[in-house]
Design a protein around this ligand. Structure first.
Ligand code: AMP
Ligand code: MG
Length: 305
């Protein structure tokens, strides 16, 4: 808990950004829109502030946080950038790409941010509200998705309130997010090799090697709607809420025209709607596994697990 019982919802204009910056400076928790999902931000350089993120989310302390920065120059204070890492950041930042890199020994980050790992996850997001906030403060922001641990990620302010109202200080309301699924996470090793740890909106041409649970967002059960979920459904059973795609019509649809990008943007809103629906079970139509469809299917498998 962050010490208050009322969560203020403030429009993500200049005044809201200034208010959020003041709140973060004094160690508060603010939910902020990014182009992927809403993040729950705290200053990454203060242990007490970072501890509040874990407490508000009920997040296990072995699950490290992504550190959000304005760009490469700021990121280089916290991690060792190899040529390969620098090239990826230059090509994709600001954007939905998180780089896991060797943590610098002198990185001024609270220990809990990296959960004891020798690496740190860094991202420069593209959303104008998050960029304005990062420009307004003098510290990086630790920000996991703004939901209770294990549940559906938020893509609008109402989703944030549905799971964190009263547990955080403020929500910056910037409307619905556009990319819809969490950032692509890529680890760049000291030897220059690159490994995808989590598929996301951005394809960087590397595939998961799989096996170890290095990014705990990769735990088998995650993004859970709280009801059984059946994949690859072409029609609903009597007790199911069907999430459609393309020609499979449902109680709602990810994309009637069969567009995976539109489906990604709508995925979590559809899961929230299904979670609220009277039917005790959820079914989801097949989604093609190309482009961001890989990320959608990754999240749906974990929601079903
Ligand atoms: P969330 O922000 O809730 O989507 O979670 C952030 C994801 O980044 C989780 O899956 C973390 O495990 C992953 N992550 C953060 N830091 C690291 C790191 N140093 N190494 C590997 N994965 C990380
Ligand atoms: Mg999350």
């Amino acid at each position: 808990m962050s010490g208050k019982n009322v969560t203020a919802v403030v429009a993500a204009g200049p005044e809201g950004i200034a208010q959020a910056a003041r709140c973060l400076e004094t160690g508060g928790l603010v939910a902020v829109p990014t182009e992927t999902v809403y993040g729950l931000a705290a200053r990454a350089d203060r242990p007490e502030a970072v501890a509040k993120i874990y407490a508000a989310k009920g997040r296990p302390d072995f699950n490290p946080l992504i550190v959000h920065v304005a760009g490469l120059e700021q990121a280089a204070r916290y991690a060792e950038f190899s040529d390969a890492a620098r090239a990826l950041a230059e090509a994709h930042w600001p954007g939905p790409l998180t780089l896991v890199l060797p943590r610098r020994a002198d990185a001024a980050l609270a220990a809990a941010v990296t959960a004891g790992l020798p690496t740190v996850a860094l991202r420069a997001p593209a959303h104008p509200a998050m960029r304005a906030l990062l420009a307004a403060v003098e510290f990086p922001l630790a920000a996991p998705s703004a939901n209770r641990s294990g549940f559906i990620s938020p893509t609008c302010a109402a989703h944030v309130l549905a799971s964190l109202d009263g547990r955080i200080d403020m929500v910056l309301d910037g409307g619905p997010t556009t990319a819809g699924v969490e950032s692509t996470i890529v680890a760049v090793r000291a030897d220059g090799s690159v490994e995808e740890l989590r598929p996301g909106p951005l394809a960087v041409g590397v595939q998961a090697i799989g096996g170890s649970i290095e990014a705990p967002g990769q735990l088998a059960s995650h993004y859970a709607p709280g009801k059984p979920l059946r994949l690859n459904a072409r029609a609903a059973e009597a007790d199911e809420f069907l999430i459609g795609f393309g020609s499979v019509r449902g109680d709602c649809t990810l994309s009637a025209r069969g567009d995976v990008n539109e489906a990604a943007a709508r995925l979590y809103a559809a899961l929230h709607e299904a979670a609220r629906a009277p039917q005790p079970r959820i079914a989801v139509a097949p989604v093609p596994d190309h482009g961001v469809g890989r990320a959608i299917n990754d999240r749906l498998r974990r929601a079903a697990a």
